[in-house]
Design a protein. Structure first.
Lengths: 74, 445
């Protein structure tokens, strides 16, 4: 099934550090949010494979906005 | 004389610049992004122009949009404030090419001094000591290794075009040199468009001492005193004061003399600041130039009675300084506390909406620079600074007590603020004894 890794803080997307097709483990850094000029690291909460990267640098983000879609085996 | 100024910035500094413009009968134009539509200063200006979405790249960093707003509104000058495009040579150039006065040093000077290595060479050429390190750039691992082996580890790799503490790499020994250089270069290319690095050695127990100056087009340069900004976290200042408790009369003359030598060599005009590091041993090293109005300028305004923004506008209009160094008097003591929208323990940012707001009493001895209003939003897209509280006293103890009282009475709800941290610093024995260095706050955590 598909699960999303979401923005945990509002701000701007600084970067997504995974690419489509990449294996991701729970707890791994997936993206970085720039909130008030501070970099906030977004970790994945589950294992999976990156299906789609939704965010790109400078995108405006609100809490809960999906940044990366993972295909999980659960 | 300029008569219609566009302020290319946001937040408290816009309110600050408007105030002086009103005193000088200059009309004002603000620009704003979609995230700042409810900013209180938009009601105080003669005209306000929406320049783009919240994303600063499309608004406050958008040269084309700002120059277009200046043209459309008939501005005859642009004041860039601090941060954003304030030190960007290309912006100054675009403003001047539109036939509009740039309030700041010339585009040519801005472009040259954007290179730290250039500034270090200039300082060295007029016999001003720089932080020990390389004057020129290093490109290869063996250059880093040679320097470290000869001068001792650790060394710091710094980006020639860097800023905000980004890309500074500590190298503890030979084995770390290659990776550190690669990392710094990559960050530099990504963040600043240049990965060029130079080397600096460690300065033990450094204190941050800076000199505010004004320089006009005839080369006349007057120093408005030093500010001590050693209370920092993540290379960002929290508390600033003047005079510094460690700067003696002799130190002051030496710092003023060095400042004038560097500024005249560069051919800089306008207001600016030279930053120095003072080692635990009492040596002063030139660090860098801030080619803009600084956040902490009110501290100097309190001590000297000189309106720095007014002089920026006068110098940009071609006026010459009408007072000498000897005429600058320093009265009493001033301290500024920056209030950030952050958790005071973890420094995690705290954007949101201000639900409750109560200011302390403001009088001749307490100044609050801000752009706050109840129910306004504190957007997550920009700097976390909410307000500056500045206190003056006949001595340091009186200024500290007054600032303490004002901060205790300052009520901001809806977002977390660093007021508890500011109070903890002001009440600490280290601050009160003046025995701090730039590691003071980091050592608490």
């Amino acid at each position: 099934m598909e699960k999303s890794v979401d923005a945990i803080m509002p701000g701007l997307c600084a970067r997504v550090v995974v690419t489509e097709g990449e294996k991701v483990s729970s707890g791994q850094e997936v993206a970085v949010i720039n909130c008030m000029k501070t970099e906030i690291i977004v970790n994945s909460n589950f294992d999976g494979v990156v299906k789609q990267v939704l965010s790109k640098e400078w995108d405006e983000l609100q809490v809960g906005d999906p940044m990366v879609i993972l295909e999980t085996s659960e | 004389m300029v008569s219609r100024v566009l302020i290319a910035n946001r937040g408290e500094i816009v309110s600050r610049i408007i105030k002086t413009c009103k005193d000088m009968n200059i009309s004002t134009i603000a620009v704003y992004s979609e995230a700042d539509q409810d900013a209180p200063y938009l009601q105080q200006v003669d005209e306000a122009v929406l320049i783009g979405p919240a994303n600063p790249v499309q608004s406050y960093l958008n040269i084309e949009a700002i120059v277009q707003a200046a043209r459309k509104t008939g501005a005859d000058a642009v004041h860039p404030g601090y941060g954003f495009l304030s030190e960007r040579g290309a912006f100054a150039e675009a403003v001047e090419n539109a036939g509009i006065t740039w309030v700041g040093p010339s585009p040519k000077v801005l472009k040259s001094i954007s290179s730290k290595s250039y500034c270090r060479k200039i300082a060295d050429s007029v016999e001003v000591p720089v932080i020990p390190g390389t004057l020129g750039l290093v490109a290869r691992t063996d250059e880093v290794v040679d320097y470290g082996v000869t001068n001792g580890w650790p060394v710091f790799l710094k980006l020639d075009k860097g800023g905000g503490g980004k890309g500074i790499e500590r190298v503890n020994g030979v084995s770390e040199a290659e990776k550190a250089l690669q990392r710094a270069t990559r960050i530099g290319e990504m963040a600043f468009g240049s990965g060029a690095c130079y080397i600096e050695s460690v300065v033990e127990n450094p204190r941050h001492i800076e000199v505010q100056f004004l320089a006009d087009e005839t080369g006349n340069c007057v120093c408005l005193g030093e500010r001590e900004c050693s209370v920092q976290r993540r290379h960002q200042k929290i508390i600033e004061e003047a005079p510094s408790v460690v700067v003696t009369e002799n130190d002051r003359s030496l710092l003023f003399d060095r400042t004038v030598r560097i500024i005249q060599k560069i051919g800089y005009q306008g207001a600016g600041t030279l930053e120095f590091l003072r080692s635990g041993g009492g040596n002063y090293y030139f660090m860098e130039i801030n080619a803009r109005l600084q956040v902490e300028h009110p501290v100097t305004e309190y001590l000297t009675g000189i309106d720095i923004v007014k002089w920026q506008l006068l110098i940009a209009s071609g006026a010459q300084l009408d007072f000498s160094q000897q005429a600058v008097q320093f009265k009493g003591h001033a301290i500024e506390a920056r209030v950030y929208a952050e958790d005071p323990e973890t420094f995690i940012p705290s954007p949101g909406t201000i639900t409750e707001l109560k200011f302390p009493l403001q009088d001749a001895k307490i100044r609050i620079d801000h752009a706050l209003k109840k129910n306004t939003s504190v957007p997550p897209y920009y700097d976390p600074m909410l307000a500056k509280v500045i206190a003056w006293g006949t001595d340091r103890v009186k200024a500290t007590n007054r600032l303490n009282k004002a901060l205790s009475e300052f009520q901001i709800e809806g977002v977390k603020t660093t007021i508890p941290l500011n109070l903890r610093i002001l009440q600490s024995p280290e601050f009160q004894n003046g025995t701090i260095d730039t590691n003071f706050i980091d050592n608490w955590h």
